[in-house]
Ligand binder design. Structure first.
Ligand code: DON
Length: 605
């Protein structure tokens, strides 16, 4: 078995040929392929346990699931059942994650799986400390900064880069599962794959959501033979209610169960991945045996930012998640929001401009800290965030411009601004086990169905398109440009909110760069507005990623379009398809919430 070799971090863009970050964001919005899709009825998932059926009912009623000892919340009832089974038998949160992740890779293949990457935030009850594991994909050692440019040095069109081998980074999820188990597992490794293997061999019911996504993506998903054979059997898209088996996936899982993550990174599975990527017709990639064999999970210190007498802890670089969520909340900590409430225009003026300022810094400074120097501590230093808060204090209008700041670190202005973009898929798992350990993990293959390359029963990621396609901006290098072995900047923000040294809220979401707004708002909904955890994940969304303030269509926040426009904000009413899964930890027990915009549930006992 290839033991993960963790190490501590040593130190603590034409972007679709588009001219501005805002234009790139708007293009991303227009193309975003994955829509909303909560479950309509329990029968969509085939036979479910009583606990899962009850959880779906509780969610439909808008109430949190209550438990005393342990809880898991994730994006598909079958995955939650698999994790719950492990927790019920006394397994740890890390064990339950492996059971849930391997089922998610089967029943929600568009979002995450063995061919992708993930970030994991862990609260260790025995040590009373939070740490993180970085299982992000890496760029091939043969890749250069112009990897996503054509022969004339022009950035590729986004989907020309995504579909095929070029976008595929070395997957991190199998090694992350192994590393988490090595550290925190208590159940036997091989047994954690049983549920996913059984479902893959006996078949699972295709949900309406999966069927819709498959039908909507035929132009891309139908392009490669093995992918088309699985998702379009007999030439027609998979239908909701059909029973789908995946013998190749079962065989891959058996290899992992028997030989550990090594079975994935060396040998026949690795060889097939490399052949698939390098042989992808029309868009081959550079991923090699060496990239797979050298892959390492990295343990990194959590980034924690004070907010309302709590510490909001999450994933540092290469994710921009914890830093940007922390900057938004750390800036808002200078204001009292509870009196304003979650639907007031003044609340959203402050959140919108705090977010614009944070995203300006994100675009300039945030990338893989093992490759580019970053003012990591300076970006979330209390004094610095106070200077950001001063900019938006005492105004009744939007800032005219939101510029990157000068955090405490002197090489900062060397970087150009980045406008790389991210698209929907991705999944979030929150778990608290009976020992009091907490796990928050966001897991992804990037775009819906990733690179669309399917090998050994799973899809390969397109995570490398999270890099900036451009290398420079106004003659200055871009921090998030491609480099050999580097990890693309992420927005994933798996979060554990701590109070007095213990977890108070475990939360995270998919949503590309909107993840940052969803998570920041989820934390505010609990800490500022006193919502219960189900209300907090279900509440109407508003957010700003440096461009428009997006207001969730069909909700009362649509009404903010006029007042915010009068203040000078650009606004857009649109679907905001988060997938928040959260667990509130209180003195009297655990409360679980699952986003009504997706199919997930929470189960606990
Ligand atoms: O790492 C990231 O930030 C993106 N690749 C995540 C993609 C995502 O969340 C899509 N979500 N719906």
């Amino acid at each position: 078995m290839r033991a993960a070799r963790p190490r501590l971090a040593l130190h603590t863009l034409a972007l679709l040929a588009l001219a501005t970050p805002l234009a790139a964001q708007q293009a991303a919005d227009a193309l975003a392929p994955e829509g909303a899709g909560g479950a309509e009825s329990a029968s969509e998932f085939g036979p479910l346990s009583d606990a899962a059926r009850a959880a779906l009912e509780t969610k439909a009623e808008g109430r949190p699931v209550e438990a005393e000892d342990w809880m898991i919340a994730a994006a598909h009832p079958l995955a939650v059942e698999a994790g719950a089974e492990v927790l019920r038998a006394g397994g740890s949160a890390a064990d339950a994650m492996i059971a849930a992740q391997t089922v998610l890779g089967l029943v929600e293949p568009q979002s995450s799986g063995l061919g992708g990457g993930a970030f994991l935030v862990w609260y260790d009850a025995e040590e009373g400390a939070v740490t993180t594991l970085d299982g992000r994909e890496t760029a091939p050692l043969d890749a250069s900064p112009t990897y996503f440019q054509d022969d004339e040095g022009e950035p590729l069109e986004f989907y020309d880069a995504v579909v095929g081998g070029r976008s595929v980074g070395t997957p991190g999820t199998p090694a992350l599962m192994q590393a988490a188990h090595d550290r925190w597992g208590t159940a036997e490794w091989s047994g954690l794959f049983d549920r996913a293997i059984a479902l893959a061999e006996d078949g699972f019911i295709v949900s309406p959501r999966l069927a819709t996504l498959v039908a909507d993506d035929e132009d891309r998903l139908g392009r490669f033979g093995p992918t088309a054979d699985y998702f379009y059997p007999d030439g027609a898209p998979l239908e909701a209610g059909a029973t789908l088996t995946n013998a190749d996936y079962a065989a891959t899982l058996r290899a992992l169960a028997e030989d550990g993550a090594d079975a994935f990174y060396t040998g026949e599975i690795a060889a097939d991945i490399v052949e698939t990527v390098q042989g992808a017709e029309g868009n081959p990639g550079l991923l090699s045996d060496t990239d797979l064999a050298l892959y390492e999970v990295i343990e990194r210190p959590a980034v924690c930012v004070p907010y309302r007498a709590h510490e909001v802890c999450g994933m540092g670089p290469p994710s921009s998640g914890a830093l940007t969520v922390g900057q938004i909340l750390g800036t808002l900590d200078s204001f009292e929001l509870s009196g304003e409430g979650p639907t007031s225009a003044e609340t959203w003026r402050l959140v919108s401009d705090a977010s614009r300022l944070a995203f300006a810094d994100r675009g300039r400074y945030m990338a893989d800290i093992d490759f580019v120097p970053m003012p990591l501590e300076g970006l979330v230093a209390g004094d610095y965030l106070k200077t950001r808060a001063e900019q938006i204090k005492g105004r009744d209008r939007a800032l005219d411009t939101a510029e990157p700041g000068m955090p405490d670190w002197d090489h900062a202005t060397l970087w150009g601004d980045d406008a790389s973009i991210e698209f929907p898929s991705t999944s979030h798992i929150s778990i608290v086990d009976a020992e009091g350990n907490a796990l928050s993990m966001t897991t992804t293959i990037e775009n819906g169905f990733g690179s669309r390359l399917f090998v050994r029963g799973f899809l390969l990621n397109n995570e490398l398109t999270d890099f900036s396609f451009a290398t420079h901006e106004d003659g200055r290098p871009i921090a998030n440009r491609v480099e050999p072995g580097k990890r693309p900047r992420s927005s994933m923000a798996p979060t554990i909110v701590m109070q007095d040294g213990a977890p108070a809220l475990v939360i995270g979401s998919p949503g590309g760069s909107r993840i940052i707004g969803y998570v920041a708002q989820g934390v505010m909904n609990v800490l500022d507005f006193g919502m219960d955890v189900q209300q907090a994940v279900a509440a109407p969304h508003a957010l700003n990623r440096f461009g428009t303030t997006d207001l969730e269509a069909g909700t009362e926040l649509e009404g903010l379009a006029t007042p915010l426009s009068k203040m000078g904000f650009d606004t857009e009413v649109r679907d905001l398809n988060s997938g928040l899964h959260a667990i509130r930890v209180t003195e009297s027990g655990l409360l679980g919430g699952a986003d009504p915009r997706r199919e997930g549930i929470a189960i606990g006992e």
